[in-house]
Design a protein around this ligand. Structure first.
Ligand code: AMP
Length: 192
């Protein structure tokens, strides 16, 4: 089983390009953000706990997302691999993922990092807000907090995966979605 991590700041295009990878390779896409939004929409206890943190642009507790990831792995054994989108987001989550996979003698296959500058994060998220209506895309203040959270808690993962020899980066700031998508597809092809 292959385990790829789609890494990058909010608005880098992880979800957008995941769709192309799913189409080409039949991997199972797991977006922890989408799973959490589904819990909120369904009004579950977990959704209620996560709602305020997400709306403020803060991370939910590691154990919550780790549990979601582990049960998705368990319930999808008939796929060639997984695309993790938005997980791990902290060093603790990355360590938990390594431990989870080690139980079955497996490991992360590679990290595909899509990089964009902070200015573009704001521009992209504002555009997305008009289309998707996500609460955490709604204001400059919340977006700024998500960017801050990314730099403080998620960016250290770059060194973590570099040290493991599993870090691969493309720039996601090309002029069109198609150009950026091709960069991601070309990189994934080298990781097969
Ligand atoms: P995303 O759709 O990936 O931008 O995630 C939306 C929000 O869900 C994030 O801003 C966090 O509040 C929460 N979230 C998603 N994934 C994680 C994670 N791996 N760890 C903690 N919080 C997460």
């Amino acid at each position: 089983m292959k385990y790829y991590i789609l890494f990058g700041p909010p608005g880098a295009g992880k979800g957008t390009h995941a769709a192309a990878l799913v189409e080409k390779y039949n991997y199972k896409h797991i977006s922890t953000g989408a799973l959490l939004r589904a819990e909120i929409a369904a009004g579950t206890e977990l959704g209620k706990q996560a709602q305020e943190l997400i709306a403020g642009g803060n991370l939910v507790p590691d154990e919550v997302v780790e549990g979601m990831i582990e049960s998705t792995f368990r319930n999808n054994r008939d796929v060639p691999g997984f695309l993790l989108d938005g997980f791990p987001r902290t060093i603790a989550q990355a360590e938990a993922l390594d431990k989870m996979l080690a139980k079955t003698g497996e490991e992360v296959t590679g990290t595909i990092s899509i990089m964009i500058p902070d200015e573009l994060v704001f521009e992209r998220i504002k555009r997305r807000a008009a289309i998707e209506g996500r609460a955490d895309d709604a204001s400059d203040e919340i977006i700024a907090n998500r960017v801050k959270t990314y730099h403080a808690q998620t960016e250290p993962l770059i060194e973590y995966y570099k040290a493991a020899g599993k870090y691969h980066e493309v720039m996601g700031d090309g002029p069109t979605i198609e150009i950026n998508r091709q960069r991601v597809l070309d990189l994934m092809e080298t990781l097969q």
